[in-house]
Design a protein around this ligand. Sequence first.
Ligand code: PGA
Length: 265
Amino acid sequence: MSERRLFRRRALWVAGNWKMNGTRAETQTFFDALKTSFPKSDLPAALHTAIFVSPLSIDRALTVRGDLPVEIGLQNVHFETKGAFTGEISGPMALEAGIKLALVGHSERRQYFGETDATAKRRTESLLAQGFTVIHCIGETKTERLENQTETVLARQIDDGLPTEYSDRLIIAYEPVWAIGTGLTATPEQAEEAHAFIRTRLATRYNRDAAEKLPILYGGSVTPDVFPALLALPNVDGGLVGGASLKAESFRQLIQQGLEVTRSP
Ligand code: PGA
């Protein structure tokens, strides 16, 4: 572990994806509770914390967050900046509301709302060009893993789905679909194997230096029970957390665990 810390070159992220949860009242309760328990000192610049909320809860989140260093992000933003796209939200709308952070390509967007590598790529490229920081999600399904297709799928999602140009505002989240919301976290061995593969592929897609700089978060049933073991892995740079980010106490614990890693000598 100490070897890993000596060589830590990348920022660490603790990001919560609330999905279709979090009314304004619930958002208020969450941040009120987080404020009372949050680590007192400022977070180091190398530790980012974020919550991806519903568009309708943005205003409330930004207000009740106060001076907590928790970024607020959106779970899906359209790649066009305006036009006839009923039900969608544009980058300029998000920016006007004070949001500069977005998720792209979450497996639930791919599974239920027709997101493909091609649309995810358009989305990430457009949002990066508009100044957003983007967490771009990839990951294989259970069937793909059982059929030994994990690396083939990840390679395709990287080659066809990531922007053509490297950006220092791009972050990758590896989220094996079979681990999302199932309680089946990937083992540290499975996570490290996939993350190492992703980093190697990123070196081919961009270059070695870019691949070393890109944070790769793990997502899929992350809880405070399993997070420290994941954070100890050389190629895991934080977590994208669903269920365990909905409660202020478990989200605080995850941040505390991230803080311990960034503070270690
Ligand atoms: P989970 O969700 O932590 O509830 O498994 C993770 C995600 O979908 O980002």
